[in-house]
Design a binder for this molecule. Structure first.
Ligand code: SAH
Length: 345
C-alpha cells in the first residue's frame, strides 16, 4: 500500500509494527508518522473495525468481550488468565451454522464469517485490555480458536490471521501456541496436515457412536465417525515427536456419560490407534439448552475408565461460567448468570 501511495517501503514496516506490535488502534496515535501521511492514510484505510460493546469479568478472573463488527454483528472473545500463561479464546464466525444441540452459539445461526483482520483485532483488544495498549505480555499468550463459529468454515481468513500473528515484527504468537478446534470438517482436517507451521488440532466428539453423535452434532451425518477418525489418522502423520492432538468431549448428564459409553469411546479411539488425548468438558448449562452437567463423580469415573483402557483423559475446569464466557456459552448475551457481578462499560 505504501508503494501504491508513492511512499518508501519502510513506512509499510513502520505501520505494520505500529498496528501489530504496538497494537495501536488508529492512525492518529502513530505520532511518529508525519501528520499529512496520517491524514492520507485515514482516507484510504482503517486500523480498527471492531468496537467493544461490553466487558464482563468473572469471579475467576476470566473476561468476556462482546464486540460489534462495522456491520453491526456480534463478536465475542474470552481472556482466560492462568497460572503460568494466559489464553485468549477467539471467534472465527459471528454466530455458527452448525446445530450442535448442547451449544448456545448454535441458537444464533450463522451471521457471517469473520475476516482475517477481525480475527487478529480480537487478540489486540484482549491484550490491550489486560496489559495496557501495546504493553508487553509477560506471561506469554496461547490462542484457541474455540469461540463462536466453526474455524474450518473460516479456513482462509483463519490461516491468514495466523500468519499475521506469527510475524516476529508483530504479535509474534507462533502457530505452536495456537489450537484450532473443529466439529469435524473432514477435508479441512486433511488439509491442515499439509500446512507448514500449522497450529495444533482439537476435535469435538461429544459421543462415541454415530447414532448419538447424529443427534448431538448434526455435522456427523455429513462426516460420520469412521470418516472423521480416518482423517485424524491421516493428520496424525503430521504430528511432531511428543505432539498429540485433542478430542473434546462435553459431558451431558444421562446422555453421553455412562460407564458403557466410556468403554465405547476408549474402544473407538483404540481401534484407530490414535496419538490423542481426551479433554472432558463438563457441560456449561444455559437456558434454553435441554441438558444438565454430569455430576463430578461421574465425570471422574468416565475419566478413570478411559485411562484404564490406555486413553489419556483430563477434566477441564470450566472458566467464566458466571458471565456466559465458558465453552458453548457465547451467544452475545448482554447479561451475566450472576446479576450481582459488576458489569463494566
Ligand atoms: N465449532 C468448533 C469450535 C468451538 S470449540 C468446535 O465445535 O470444535 C467449543 C467447544 O465447546 C467444543 O468442543 C464444543 O463441543 C464445546 N461445547 C459446546 N457447547 C458446550 C457447552 N454448553 N458446555 C460445554 N462445552 C460445550
Amino acid at each position: 500500500m505504501m508503494e501504491e501511495m508513492g511512499l518508501p517501503s519502510y513506512r509499510g514496516r513502520q505501520i505494520f509494527a505500529a498496528v501489530q506490535h504496538r497494537r495501536l488502534r488508529s492512525f492518529e496515535e502513530m505520532t511518529d508518522l508525519p501528520k499529512d501521511l496520517r491524514a492520507r492514510l485515514n482516507e484510504r484505510a482503517q486500523v480498527a473495525t471492531l468496537t467493544v460493546e461490553s466487558r464482563y469479568i468473572s469471579e475467576d478472573g476470566t473476561r468476556r468481550y462482546l464486540m460489534k463488527t462495522h456491520d453491526g454483528l456480534p463478536v465475542e472473545t474470552v481472556f482466560i488468565p492462568e497460572e503460568r500463561r494466559d489464553t485468549i479464546c477467539f471467534s472465527s464466525q459471528s454466530g455458527c451454522p452448525l446445530q450442535c444441540s448442547f451449544c448456545l452459539t448454535a441458537k444464533l445461526g450463522l451471521l457471517r464469517t469473520l475476516t482475517a483482520g477481525e480475527i487478529v483485532e480480537q487478540i489486540h483488544i484482549a491484550l490491550n485490555d489486560a496489559y495496557g495498549e501495546g504493553g508487553p505480555t509477560p506471561r506469554g499468550t496461547n490462542l484457541v480458536a474455540m469461540g463462536a463459529g466453526e474455524p474450518f468454515l473460516a479456513f482462509e481468513p483463519l490461516m491468514k490471521a495466523l500468519r499475521i500473528m506469527a510475524d516476529p515484527a508483530g504479535l509474534y504468537i507462533v502457530p505452536n501456541r495456537v489450537t484450532v478446534s473443529t466439529a469435524g470438517i473432514v477435508p479441512r482436517i486433511k488439509e491442515l496436515a499439509s500446512v507448514p507451521d500449522r497450529p495444533h488440532l482439537a476435535i469435538s466428539l461429544a459421543a462415541p457412536t454415530d447414532e448419538l453423535r447424529n443427534e448431538l452434532m448434526p455435522i456427523n451425518k455429513r462426516w460420520p465417525l469412521e470418516e472423521l477418525l480416518g482423517a485424524c489418522k491421516e493428520f496424525e502423520r503430521s504430528l511432531k515427536p511428543g505432539e498429540r492432538f485433542t478430542f473434546e468431549y462435553v459431558m451431558l448428564d444421562g446422555v453421553n456419560d455412562s460407564e458403557e459409553q466410556a468403554r465405547q469411546l476408549a474402544n473407538l479411539l483404540n481401534r484407530h490407534d490414535l496419538r490423542a488425548k481426551v479433554n472432558l468438558i463438563p457441560h456449561n448449562p444455559a437456558d434454553p439448552l435441554p441438558y444438565r452437567p454430569s455430576p463430578p463423580e461421574r465425570v471422574e469415573r468416565f475419566r478413570q475408565i478411559l485411562e484404564s483402557k490406555g486413553v489419556h483423559a483430563f477434566v477441564r475446569r470450566p472458566r467464566g461460567r458466571d458471565i456466559y464466557a465458558a465453552c458453548g456459552q457465547l451467544a452475545a448475551r448482554r447479561t451475566t448468570n450472576m446479576p450481582a457481578l459488576a458489569q463494566l462499560r
